[in-house]
Each structure stands twice: as C-alpha cells, then as structure tokens.
Write a protein that binds this ligand. Structure first.
Ligand code: PAF
Length: 288
C-alpha cells in the first residue's frame, strides 16, 4: 500500500490507474479504524480494481467544544490494518494541505433539507464540514464508487443528495452497521467509554430493537418514542434525539412502510448514534 500526503502525487498515481482502465473505489475515514471501516474496504474491493482510503480528521466537521483535539489518532495501526485489508493507496493529507487558507476562508458545501434536524440539528455546521471535505476528496480521487457506513445514516443520505445534486458520476454504496457481539454499533467514539459505561452502551441497540418490534406490531409511534426515551434515561443515557423517519429521512406518513428509527444519546463522555430499519404495518398511527 502506498501512503500519500501530497495532492499532486495522489493525482498522478491515480491517473496512471485510470489510464489502464482500472475502476477506483474510495473509502473516506477519520482513522482509528475498527471492523466497521474494514467492512467498507472489503466492500470497496468487491466493486473496484483499486481501493483508495483517506485518513483525515476533518476539523471543519467538529463544532466548538466537541472532541476534535481528543479524537483518537492511531496512524501506524491504521496503516497496518489497511495494508492487511488489501487497500492500495492511503491518502493522509495534513490539515494545511486541504485547507491552505484556513477554515474561515474555505469555500463550503451545504446540502439543504436532509442535513437538517437529527445530528444536523444538534451539531450545527457538522454536515457542511462533512459535505465540504467529501466533495474535496471526490474531486481529488475521482472515484467510480465510494463506500460509507450505514451507522451514520443521515451522513449517507447527505452524501447521496450531494452526489445527485452536483451530478457527480460516483456510485455511493451504503455498508451495513458492524456490531460488537453484545449489539453495540462499532464506533471510534466507543473508546471514550469507561468499562462500566461500555457495559451499559449496548442498551441503546437493545432499546431500538424493543421499539422496532413494538412499531412492527402496529403500536402508536408517539407512545413508543416516549417509552424509548424513558428507557434510555433509565439505562443512564441522555438522549439527544429518538425519531422515526421514512427511509429518505422525511417524516413518516400514513403510507410509509419502510421506516428507520434513529437515535443519538450521550453516555458519559461519548455521544453514540445508532439506527434500525422498521417495517410499519398498514395500521400504524403516525403522530410523533
Ligand atoms: O464518517 C466519517 O468518518 C467522516 O464523517 C468522513 C465521511 C470520513 C468525512 O470526514
């Protein structure tokens, strides 16, 4: 695997692959890799000849007081895991390479509607930061496909819209959530949890499963969401949001059948997110 930090070197390396007619897949990451990221690399391998991973802790997507400074940086271990997973190129630019004039002077990409509410509501500017850096990576790598995890459901929806609205010829592939044996969705932020909090954390997934089952039995959405928030408080979480949306993240309507239950909740120092798909029966009352 080649590790590149420079834009010109990245472009010339990828140009050679492209001229040979090889399909390129991109896996954007912020490092501190776990099995969820490696599933993205495996997916990328299945769809392309050349796999490019990027590793960049993007300051633009962190709000004031968030965990930019403390975000785990494990470069050598990440490099080893990507090599082992069969990645061909790792692009790991410095902040000054992607944002040479600083963040304030940087052109930004804003994806309306789908980025509002949920994580976009609690983390203002977060999805502008994600959309900007992902657009930049798409321009630099010009991949045929790009793989993103379904754990960040709203992020995936934002990126799908970004690509559609800007007519980028890139296929976006969503990769299913990878969970620990106890159900906790893998996340770099799980590392912030104490052993006691780590033992509590799977209650987020278990709660979503209980709520999904109740919703699929046709129980009223409003009641179930209320019960879910109470269950999360009782387990020791501070819920940020718990919402049922349709698969495109629009509000559920009486005709919605394929829905998604999305949650974000704080546990100690970690803000955890998770989601589950829900098949609503025709009888469901849709007030929330
Ligand atoms: O999901 C992430 O790790 C980040 O939001 C991404 C897509 C790499 C952009 O910085």
């Amino acid at each position: 695997m080649r590790t590149l930090r420079d834009i010109d070197e990245l472009r010339s390396t990828l140009r050679a692959y492209r001229q040979r007619g090889q399909r390129i897949a991109l896996v954007p990451t912020m490092g501190n890799l776990h099995a969820g990221h490696l599933a993205l690399v495996t997916c990328a391998r299945q769809h392309a000849d050349i796999v490019v991973a990027s590793l960049f802790v993007n300051p633009m997507q962190f709000g004031p007081g968030e965990d930019l400074d403390g975000y785990p940086r494990t470069f050598s271990a990440d490099q080893a895991q990507l090599t082992e997973a069969g990645c061909d190129v790792l692009f790991a630019p410095a902040v000054s390479t992607l944002y040479p004039n600083g963040l304030d002077a940087q052109t930004r990409v804003h994806v309306p509607e789908v980025g509002e509410g949920l994580c976009g509501g609690s983390r203002p500017g977060h999805f502008d930061g994600v959309s900007t850096v992902v657009s930049m990576l798409f321009n630099l790598v010009q991949p045929d496909i790009a793989c993103f995890g379904e754990k960040d459901y709203q992020q995936l929806a934002v990126i799908r819209k970004l690509v559609r609205d800007l007519h980028m010829p890139i296929e976006i592939i969503g990769v299913p959530i990878v969970r620990a044996e106890d159900g906790l969705a893998l996340s770099s932020r799980n590392g912030y949890l104490s052993s006691e909090e780590r033992a509590t954390a799977p209650a987020l997934y278990r709660t979503l499963c209980v709520l999904r089952d109740a919703l699929e039995r046709g129980e009223p959405i409003e009641t179930i969401i209320h019960q879910g928030k109470t269950a999360l408080y009782d387990a020791g979480f501070t819920p940020d949001y718990l919402e049922l949306r349709d698969a495109t993240l629009a509000p559920v309507s009486p005709t919605t059948r394929h829905a998604v239950l999305l949650a974000a909740a704080t546990l100690g120092p970690a803000r955890l997110i998770d989601n589950l798909s829900v098949q609503l029966p025709a009888t469901t009352a849709t007030g929330q």
